[in-house]
Design a protein around this ligand. Structure first.
Ligand SMILES: *[C@@H]1O[C@H](CO)[C@@H](O)[C@H](O)[C@H]1NC(C)=O
Ligand SMILES: *[C@@H]1O[C@H](CO)[C@@H](O)[C@H](O)[C@H]1NC(C)=O
Ligand SMILES: *[C@@H]1O[C@H](CO)[C@@H](O)[C@H](O)[C@H]1NC(C)=O
Ligand SMILES: *[C@@H]1O[C@H](CO)[C@@H](O)[C@H](O)[C@H]1NC(C)=O
Length: 471
């Protein structure tokens, strides 16, 4: 009897399974909110959806060269995030520690945590050796770096093997990321440390070559917005906490969701403490900070973004239609820091709407329709690349002008193509190479005066302004 019932059930299940694709019960495409996609600057790598364009090269186009700027892999925590937000919370957590003896073994527990915070009784702090861990790449980060390297190799199977050198700076986090990344490549690759005085340093690490750049802009807006969204979180969570929660503690907790997940490779329990709208508010708070520090809200940003675009335009000029004849390197990688992809995006007008930024970024509410979303650009290992393509058909894009030849460029950010607002006349909303060169030349004439705006008196100064860590 029991057997025949289970046989019957199996048949029913089979029928259901077969029918599923034909009778979808929901149109959500499996959508589920995931906080890890809303943590600007501190989430493990994920591919961005972007504007929805196909990630592969458009039909009849072939990528003939590409250059990428890659942010280093996951670190345990950024110094400033740790000092300002995480450490103060860990200190409070420590006060609640007690020793309990169970079965003759002395264990440490934390008392008084309940409800959604009950897991803190036994939670293991992933940053348990800050002296040695902060600003260092995590083991999971190294694995992820290798994965992203593999992903780029599968995307450019003909270009990647031409790579002989990749570039890092003197920080161990960029070198370690590079070392893991190139393990996925089939050939030997040299990692070149770019020195401060070298001209490519200035395009790869412009914020460190610019005296006038500081990490302070946006701190004020971040603080104001924290004051808006955090008090209601404190009221909700305080009853479950044995210590008094302050705004910086909530910020530290939200950051630990990202850092702990990036350290362990598993989603942190802390991620479940907050609601979707609390995460969206966190995301907005950091988008505000990045807007003023490295985005459209900082007048220095295009000055810091154009040098790399100029270097890239010059480099691509060297590769001609019949690239197959040339044996030289056609795939370029530079490992850098979180500030740089946003400078490039800002110089190109990406993640920018047509409205004045002052209107788009109120500090008393979330702007849900903004286009500036840094979670999609600067997760750990976030990258921005430019592909040069040769296409069989030309001028096939919307608003195509006269025949501009058959060479185009596409901007890629975390796998997804991002059309350039002012240049999308090619296949798949790519930009004709001529148009790109014009855009860069115009940009350099408007924003080329790097040393003047940066207040760098001596051009070959030792420009390492990196005194307080990464952010
Ligand atoms: C918290 O306590 C642990 C020992 O349980 C200690 O190693 C650590 O340094 C403490 N952290 C802080 C920030 O006080
Ligand atoms: C653009 O890059 C080229 C090659 O690196 C360089 O010679 C030129 O001076 C740069 N242009 C400006 C305006 O900096
Ligand atoms: C970004 O948007 C602002 C506001 O409309 C505009 O002034 C600026 O030119 C845009 N930046 C770029 C590079 O497109
Ligand atoms: C949000 O930004 C959009 C542009 O992206 C702008 O049109 C709109 O006015 C802004 N909304 C608010 C509430 O500031």
């Amino acid at each position: 009897m029991r057997q025949s019932i289970s046989a019957l059930l199996a048949i029913v299940q089979l029928t259901v399974a077969i029918q599923l694709p034909f009778l979808p019960t929901s149109h959500t495409e499996g959508y589920k909110f995931d906080p890890l996609l809303h943590l600007p600057g501190i989430s493990p790598y994920f591919d961005a959806v972007g504007s929805g364009l196909n990630h592969k090269a458009p039909r009849d186009c072939e990528v003939t060269a590409a250059t990428y700027l890659v942010r280093h892999a996951a670190i345990y925590a950024n110094d400033k995030d740790y000092e300002d937000y995480i450490e103060p919370f860990i200190k409070k957590l420590n006060i609640t520690e007690t020793k309990v003896r169970a079965f003759g073994i002395l264990r440490t527990r934390r008392d008084g945590w309940s409800g959604p915070l009950a897991f803190f009784a036994t939670w293991k702090n992933p940053i348990d050796d800050p002296e040695n861990q902060l600003e260092k790449i995590t083991l999971q980060g190294l694995k992820d770096s290798q994965k992203v390297g593999k992903h780029l190799f599968s995307r450019y199977p003909d270009l990647v093997p031409t790579t002989k050198k990749v570039y890092a700076d003197k920080k161990s986090r960029t070198k370690d990321t590079a070392t893991a990344f190139i393990k996925s490549f089939p050939q030997d690759v040299d990692i070149v440390e770019v020195r401060d005085s070298h001209e490519t340093f200035h395009s790869q690490n412009p914020h460190k070559a610019c005296k006038a750049f500081t990490k302070e802009p946006g701190d004020n807006e971040l603080k104001i917005f924290m004051g808006k969204y955090i008090p209601s979180i404190i009221s909700r969570l305080q009853p479950f906490s044995p210590v008094e929660l302050e705004q910086t503690d909530i910020m530290g907790l939200q950051q630990l969701c990202g850092y702990e997940s990036a350290i362990t490779g598993k989603k942190s329990d802390i991620c479940h403490v907050f609601t979707d709208d609390e995460w969206m508010a966190y995301e907005y708070a950091w988008d505000l900070k990045y807007l003023y520090m490295v985005g459209h809200g900082n007048p220095l940003s295009p000055y810091l973004g154009f040098p790399w675009l100029n270097t890239t335009a010059e480099l691509f000029e060297k590769f001609h239609d019949d690239h197959a004849k040339e044996g030289g390197q056609r795939f370029f990688l530079s490992f850098t820091h979180r500030e740089v992809p946003p400078f490039i995006a800002t110089a190109l007008g990406l993640f920018n709407s047509s409205n004045a930024f002052a209107e788009e970024f109120p500090t008393d509410r979330i702007n849900w329709s903004r286009s500036w979303k840094m979670a999609e650009l600067i997760p750990f290992l976030g990258h921005v690349g430019i592909e040069k393509m040769t296409c069989k058909r030309s001028g096939a894009g919307l608003g195509a002008e006269a025949d501009g030849g058959n060479e185009y460029v596409r901007i890629i950010a975390n796998t997804a193509p991002r059309p350039i607002p002012f240049c999308q006349d090619g296949p798949g909303a790519s930009c004709s190479f001529e148009g790109f060169k014009t855009l860069v030349a115009d940009g350099m004439s408007a924003f080329g005066d790097f040393d003047r705006v940066c207040g760098n008196k001596n051009k070959n100064m030792d420009g390492d302004g990196d005194v307080e860590g990464e952010l």
